[in-house]
Design a binder for this molecule. Sequence first.
Ligand code: RAM
Length: 486
Amino acid sequence: MKDKNYFLRKAQENYPELKFTVLTPDISEFIASSGNSVILDLGQHAVGHFSFSFDNVERFMDAPVRLIIRFGEDMREINDDISQYNGTVSKTWLQEEILHLDYPQKTDMPRRYACRYIKITVDKTNFPIRFFDFRFVAQTSADTSALMPSDTKDTLLKKIDCVATNTLKECMQTFFEDGPKRDRRLWIGDLRLEALTNYYTFKNYEIVRRCLYLFAAGECNSLGFLSSFVFETPYYKSGETHIADYALLYVVSVCDYYEHTADISVVNDLLQICKSQLDSFEAILDENLIVTMQDGWFTFIDWCPGLEKLTALQGVYLYTLERFSEMLKKIGDEDFNKYSLLLSQVRSACKKHLYDKNSNAFINDLDNKQFSIHSQVWMILGGVICGEEAKNLLLLCLDNKNAKQPVTPYMHHYATEAMMKLGMKDTAVSYLKKFWGGMVELGADTFWEAYVPDDHDFSPYNDRKVNSLCHAWSCTPSYFIRKYGL
Ligand code: RAM
């Protein structure tokens, strides 16, 4: 019987092995008095546990010491004043601890951190103390010894590829995390892009299976859509958020898995869930075959403020229907005709109801006449227009400063994918170099959750300090570079 227990058992069978590496920072010891601080540099982004020792110098400690230890993914996080925090997500994600230690000892800090820099501030000690034996035990389930270098000859692409694979490596823990600093959980949208990049890099199929099963075990909402995220610690719990586009992208993730493994047993386990996601979506189409927005869920698409999302969501639906029908055809499933017929009907409906013939673009009343890159990209990925017509529209919107712009590497991924789909390889390469290369120029050693070239303080959560600087969905340059031999 394929119930929650079955799926959780399968998820457990595919538990990936974590690999540990001991890192030592650039500084091996220092002596400090009250008010002194030191910044350790691990030389690379790392996810794991920190330990250190300290001892008396001349005078024997006669009172506890009070230390403030800050972990930063970059130097801005080390130097930020975190007493001023205005974010919409919990301040507790900021990585800082206050420790009181009663006597000289080796201290193993119990929590896991994501950082490159560690700042130790001695807030109070009665006498100078000496710190030494700094160790950071880094962990990942990615097997870096199995990673082949990319074949690209282009220096910037080579660099981008390294940063991208590093980002993926850091997010590969006991499942694909969205960000090892925040939210440290498994989200469908992130999973889809991590798995895709993983097929061309670390090739860890086990972790993909685990993630697919973890979602299958989750609870659907009243409309029938899967949870958009799951926790596994301290015990399994599927999230209460249901994102329409993520429910669809779960189906795409299963199709990707089949494309890269031909593993029919996993597909058979998950096929009914995939069908139910598409059928639940079909149930909320109006008489014109256009989706109707529902209470109790939200549509993601991108963190772009003020974005109207209906057209883009409809594009995700088409994209999913196409991928799913292709897979059903390959596996000889009897429902192939049903979904492929729906695909062509919905495509025609989108051209009729979402496209504006005067402006030759997907601008419509359902999205309050908003012109966005998001809508154009998803309608192209959904196959509503193609060839020269699609190329012209894509170039037009990319060039239009008034069009709503992507703010996450997630949405930039799908824009790049649209270019590749239309055979615009050169445009895609320049786009990729400009966007992801921009982060490299700013010193990124992992790619960020959000990046707006004109606004380095942009945050989806109203405070940059809580942005994740090593974020799963930004790892896809390695997918493009390796798949298309860039
Ligand atoms: C944030 C995370 C995650 C994303 C969701 C929608 O909480 O950044 O990566 O998938 O939003």
